[in-house]
Design a protein around this ligand. Structure first.
Ligand code: AMP
Length: 435
């Protein structure tokens, strides 16, 4: 099947072709006709499957038929996303695919001042892509009127629930018109997701694409056994030996990300860290530099890397194995996207053998094991327990509710303050998991 067979407007098709795409991915081929038919949709699809275009393209098509709305009109579509990175990326897709249409869109996320977003909303937009916490701020300040929403998208709904957004989402849903088209995208259909879907979706069509990365097609996986204290040296060696020029490296903690980025930089490798403690400006810059190959290595925690969308990212390194086996699948899903090949390398120390067994059990296969001469593990080193991450619940309880919701702490806090207080809902909750 080709994009030209989907009944999309010429302007949209041109924008798709400009991206170099002519064949829809399986989720696109299934979702686009359903959305165009006006049906509600429940889609099981992870990042990397092309899901974003799966809802953006038909949404643009539906709106392009009615003509662009006039200024000062209410938004017609609302996309809710768990993190600012994802919100920005989805809005970029809206802009990319909608570049030949007269539709306006804006991303709304925390960690930056309300002012520019308020101006954008008040000037009138058709499509709003928002993280739930910051959207509620704008709702409370009456900067946005959701009574004209025709299409609602919940993107990465499972992550939004994991991050504790359910109450915010329910508050937002209560403000939307009853009659609308709703699309729910989620990597998994947990009981919680099903409950949310039951209340929201009207006779939905369910589409499901193979969890591509569960079988990791297109991704070559291997691991090196190495001592915990020698991981940094080994990584420097691997990057140098193989001349890797674009590597996304995952660490378990924010501190570990900073320390590793610093160590790599000292070794003459251009590296930056990306995590929830960074200001929005720093994060955007780090991501841009990495995309443009100004920085060769981006060191990130799981949540910060969530939704990072880089075409043909060749290498992912698990500097630490994730505590949750499913996160391994999400991590390596950053490479080998949409048909291109990628390599996922893990550095595994004695403390992580149980995590490795869990991952291999989930993958239903063994990962190829390697030893690099000079980096063989010292058999006299004993396993030490891995620090357990705080649970989302624990972190929420630790923060007085008033503070988490207070606008003062979220209106462009200075960077240093942002380290300790919630710069945005997304970053705040992300701080509670695997950081
Ligand atoms: P997503 O799952 O939406 O995050 O998209 C994953 C990646 O696939 C992004 O880099 C898209 O630009 C890319 N992509 C989306 N649609 C297609 C397509 N039809 N063919 C090839 N690549 C695509």
């Amino acid at each position: 099947m080709k994009f030209t067979e989907l009944g999309l407007d010429a302007g949209i098709l041109r924008a798709v072709a400009d991206q170099g795409y002519d064949t829809p991915t399986p989720i696109q081929a299934q979702a686009i006709p359903v959305v165009l038919a006006g049906r509600d949709l429940m889609a099981a699809a992870q990042t990397g499957t092309g899901k974003t275009a799966g809802f953006v393209l038909p949404m643009l098509q539906l709106f392009s038929q009615g003509g662009a709305s006039t200024r000062r009109s209410k938004p017609r579509a609302l996309v809710l996303a768990p993190t600012r990175e994802l919100a920005i990326q989805v809005q970029e897709s809206v802009r990319t695919y909608g570049k030949h249409l007269a539709l306006r869109s804006t991303p709304i996320f925390g960690g930056v001042g309300l002012g520019p977003q308020t101006s954008a909303l008040r000037a009138g937009v058709d499509i709003v892509v928002a993280t739930p916490g910051r959207l509620l701020d704008h709702i409370n300040q009456r900067n946005i009127d959701l009574s004209g929403i025709e299409i609602l998208v919940l993107d990465e709904a499972d992550r939004m629930l994991d991050m504790g957004f359910i109450r915010d989402i329910r508050k937002i849903l209560a403000l939307l018109p009853k009659k609308k088209q709703s699309l729910l995208f989620s990597a998994t259909f947990s009981e919680e997701i099903r409950i949310l879907a039951t209340g929201l979706l009207d006779n939905p069509v369910t589409v499901e694409v193979a969890r591509r990365n569960a079988t990791a097609e297109g991704v070559t996986q291997c691991l090196y056994y190495v001592d915990r204290e020698r991981k940094r040296d080994l990584l420097v060696r691997l990057i140098g030996d193989h001349n890797w020029h674009q590597v996304l490296v995952f660490t378990r903690t924010k501190h570990g990300a900073d320390a590793l980025a610093e160590r790599l930089t000292k070794s003459g490798i251009s590296a930056a860290a990306l995590h929830g403690n960074k200001s929005q400006g720093q994060r955007t810059r780090a991501l841009d530099d990495f995309k443009r190959l100004k920085t060769n290595v981006l060191v990130a925690t799981d949540i910060a890397a969530r939704g990072i969308d880089i075409d043909e990212l060749p290498h992912v390194v698990n500097f630490d194995l994730p505590n949750v086996a499913e996160d391994y699948v999400h991590r390596i899903g950053r490479t080998g996207r949409a048909g291109s090949s990628g390599e996922a390398t893990s550095l595994v120390c004695i403390d992580e053998h149980k995590l490795l067994r869990d991952i291999e059990k989930l993958l239903k296969r063994e990962i190829e094991k390697r030893l690099l001469p000079g980096f063989e593990p010292d058999p006299s080193i004993k396993a030490e327990p891995i620090m357990k991450p705080r649970t989302a619940r624990g972190a929420r309880q630790a923060t007085p509710a008033g503070k988490a919701h207070g606008t003062a702490s979220r209106s462009a806090p200075p960077a240093t303050k942002a380290n300790h207080r919630a710069p945005s809902r997304g970053a705040h909750h992300s701080g509670s998991r695997h950081q």
